[in-house]
Design a protein around this ligand. Structure first.
Ligand code: PLP
Length: 498
């Protein structure tokens, strides 16, 4: 393809993307694709072509074969997992970033890439209300993009392990422990597997809304210390995946004051974006995070209007990362790096090369401004309040945990009526709800996620697509209620015969 062919194909691509978003806004297609596993292989040749093909043919095949296999994460009825960030500014940022295909591993690899990342992550940090200690401009702390929240946690754990080994060199790796809770994202266990370190998942209870409390942490720390084990990092979560629980960082702060060797990483992958609104900061323990977190990460690529991927990790002390990750062979040395007058982000993360992500976040932050972000977050929270009102008024559905920001967790739990006072035993309720979720997940016009909370099978509904409006939440509720009725009828059928 030459430059003029690119110009033509590029215009066509933008036109098609615009058509796609017009159709999506009007729900002209379902959120889930109508394809079966393995649909694509028979449609494509088994080898790459020997000679290059005309791009117009490639573009047609893309429309015909690939687009029909998409799950539409920006669809107004996408209510599963957590939202995937999106904005047109983000798309353009990625397009321009891709246009220079730049691995940006050190300052010299493209000065503007490094410098923009350092400035934009300062903007983002200030927008979220993080302490000035986390600013790149502080020269001590700072932030840089990681690939994902999982990698941010992994990097934080590697840094904490290194700091602990430096302070206590005789510690055996097999005695070192990562602390998480039973509600921490699987990133905690995965990091343990990757690093060969043990993970202790602390119990959290329904009564505490699945939040880690100080007493639980203290007794685990005392117990492990007695056994001569070495807990060295706690992964605390602001907004757990299953129910949006928030660990009690205020109590964690009190406890860890007595155990200063423990590092704290705050995983706020989804809910961290709510910090943009001052009214949610107390709920998310921002003051305590600012007081004790050694590292903090949140995904702009979830609730933060920025196309995947955009996950900053901020640290209070950049040496925390570089002491663990700086390996500089001669071919990576530069005059500026040697002089210590620039940041080489390759020493702040796992890979060498890194995507140029600051550009899209810069575009998005400028396009929306702080007010635009606040509006986006508040809208989703308000829509969730509306959904909660509908659930609360239903005599069939109930909430399994307090609603958290834009996330609700529900199940069928028929309320006793004048004619039927009986409540179902837990096992039966779980079977009924599995049946219910089976019915919902057989549909293509909505997508929700299952989870288990305290042994209870439940269904999560997470709001966050920029295109979701009140009408879509009302439709979703009606559809959920419809399937709940069918599930109850189907479930009662065999019971009558039994
Ligand atoms: N942490 C929490 C609380 C999450 O909910 C998720 C994903 O939903 C993650 C981490 C993982 O995010 P990533 O895909 O960026 O690793």
């Amino acid at each position: 393809m030459d430059i003029e062919q690119f110009r033509k194909a590029g215009y066509q691509a933008i036109d098609r993307i615009c058509d796609y978003y017009y159709a999506l806004q009007q729900s002209k297609f379902s959120v889930l694709p109508d394809v079966e596993p393995g649909y694509l292989r028979p449609l494509l040749p088994s080898n790459a072509p020997e000679t290059g093909e005309d791009f117009s043919q490639i573009a047609e095949d893309y429309q015909k074969l690939i687009v029909p296999g998409y799950t539409h994460w920006q669809h107004p009825s996408f209510l599963a997992y957590f939202p995937a960030g999106f904005s047109f500014e983000g798309i353009l940022g990625d397009l321009y970033a891709s246009s220079v295909s730049n691995p940006g591993f050190n300052w010299l690899a493209s000065p503007s890439c490094t410098e923009l990342e350092s400035i934009v992550l300062d903007w983002a940090s200030q927008m979220l209300g993080l302490s000035s200690s986390f600013l790149n401009s502080s020269g001590v702390g700072g932030g840089c993009f990681q690939n994902t929240a999982s990698e941010a946690a992994l990097v934080a754990i590697i840094a904490a392990r290194s700091a602990y080994k430096a302070a206590y060199p005789d510690t055996k790796l097999e005695d070192m422990r990562i602390y998480t809770t039973t509600q921490t994202h699987s990133l905690g266990l995965k990091a343990g597997v990757i690093l060969g370190l043990s993970v202790r998942a602390l119990e959290v209870t329904r009564e505490d809304n699945f939040s880690l409390r100080g007493d639980t942490l203290r007794s685990a720390l005392e117990e492990d210390k007695k056994k001569e084990l070495h807990p060295f990092i706690l992964i605390a979560t602001i907004g757990t995946t299953s129910s949006g629980a928030v660990d009690n960082i205020a109590e964690i702060r009190t406890v860890t004051a007595d155990f200063p060797e423990i590092k704290i990483h705050v995983d706020a992958a989804w809910a961290g974006m709510a910090l943009v609104c001052p009214e949610f900061r107390e709920l998310c323990f921002l003051e305590d995070i600012n007081a004790i977190a050694d590292s903090f990460s949140t995904n702009f690529h979830k609730w933060g209007l920025t196309n995947f991927d955009a996950c900053p990790l901020w640290v209070r002390d950049r040496k925390y990362l570089t002491d663990a990750l700086d390996i500089t062979p001669p071919f990576l040395r530069t005059a500026q790096g040697d002089a210590g007058i620039v940041v080489d982000y390759r020493n702040w993360h796992l890979g060498l090369g890194r995507r140029y992500r600051s550009l899209k976040l810069w575009f998005v932050l400028r396009g929306y401004g702080v007010e635009g972000f606040q509006k986006h977050i508040r809208k989703a929270v308000d829509l969730n309040k509306f959904f909660v009102e509908l659930v609360t008024s239903s005599n069939m559905l109930s909430l399994c945990a307090p609603p958290s920001l834009a996330l609700s967790v529900i199940r069928i739990n028929p309320k006793p009526s004048a004619s039927n006072q009986a409540t179902l035993p837990e096992d039966a309720l779980n079977d009924l709800n599995k049946l219910f979720y089976g019915k919902l997940s057989a549909r293509k016009d909505i997508i929700l996620t299952q989870t288990v909370l305290n042994g209870q099978f439940c269904i999560r509904l997470a709001i966050g697509s920029a295109f979701t409006q009140e009408v879509h939440i009302r439709d979703a509720f009606e559809l959920i209620t419809h399937e709940a009725k069918l599930a109850l009828e189907a479930w009662e059928q065999p019971q009558i015969g039994a």
